[in-house]
Design a protein around this ligand. Structure first.
Ligand SMILES: Nc1ncnc2c1ncn2[C@@H]1O[C@H](COP(=O)(O)OP(=O)(O)OP(=O)(O)O)[C@@H](O)[C@H]1O
Ligand SMILES: [Mg+2]
Length: 245
């Protein structure tokens, strides 16, 4: 039951992701304060801001790795406050997630790291072979399927992590500092892949400190500072996009 007088977020805005006065506290620590934000289907959004600003927390709220303290979040018309434990797997299938530290399983091959997503969904082995093979070729790791992640460079591991994130055809790709551990060339390759999957229809949200990559693109940017949405700082040469809310 909603408290009297509290307005509820509704799902008819056309947004794929809606945050409505969202706050998140960890004990006495406030990580996010009063965030309202709409993300349209097939938007590409950068979330920037200094360390500790709340970028990762914001992403984690979207896939219910954390729950909000106040406010509401709607994902694809689903109010996260109403998602019960048994509903979490189907919510998570909407997301492909890329982390700064790749989070591949070191004891499993490149192929198996990507295949696991499809195996968990009961996809038939023959189809898995075909899809994972094609995906690894797409991220230019087609000849490294038998390799173990620790034998790969950071850029190669992150390309595998992108493959794993997108193999299930998620509506939403979340990337938390995906290039934070990579050199400029490897970072550009990862961004190229994220743009490719964006063009194929995914909604993409990237949390990053990488001002150079933001400047080199024309996507919408929001800035967090101390857990609050801030007006955009001057980005220099870039044609800035005003936040839409
Ligand atoms: N599980 C947690 N328990 C307690 N505090 C937390 C937790 N997660 C995040 N915080 C705090 O919330 C604030 C925001 O953290 P968050 O990781 O979202 O920042 P960030 O913008 O992603 O920073 P960075 O750029 O360093 O990754 C920080 O002060 C952090 O210490
Ligand atoms: Mg972070």
């Amino acid at each position: 039951m909603r408290a009297p007088g509290v307005t509820s977020v509704n799902g008819d805005s056309g947004a794929l992701i809606r945050l409505f006065h969202v706050s998140k506290r960890f004990g006495k620590k406030t990580a996010l304060t009063d965030i309202s934000l709409d993300v349209a289907p097939n938007e590409f959004l950068f979330v920037t801001g200094p360390s500790g600003a709340g970028k990762s927390t914001l992403l984690r709220l979207l896939y219910l790795a954390e729950s909000t303290t106040e406010g509401q979040i709607l994902i694809d018309g689903v109010n996260l406050a109403r998602v019960q434990r048994r509903g979490i797997p189907s919510l998570r299938r909407k997301f492909g997630i890329v982390f700064q530290d790749y989070k591949l399983i070191p004891s499993k091959t490149v192929f198996d790291n990507v295949a696991l997503v499809l195996e968990a969904r009961g996809v038939r082995q023959r189809l898995i072979q075909k899809k994972v093979g094609a995906m690894l070729r797409m991220v230019e790791m087609g000849d490294r399927g038998d390799a173990l992640p620790p034998s790969l460079s950071g850029g190669e591991q992150q390309r595998v992590a992108v493959a794993r994130a997108v193999i299930g055809d998620p509506k939403i790709i979340l990337a938390d500092e995906p290039t934070g551990s990579l050199d400029a060339a490897a970072a550009e390759a990862i961004f190229g892949l994220l743009r490719h999957f964006h063009q194929r229809g995914a909604t993409v949200i990237v949390a990053t400190h990488d001002i150079e990559l933001i400047k080199a693109s024309q996507e919408r940017v929001i800035c967090l500072e101390g857990g609050r949405l801030q007006p955009l700082p001057e980005l220099g040469a870039r044609t800035s996009h005003a936040p839409r809310n």
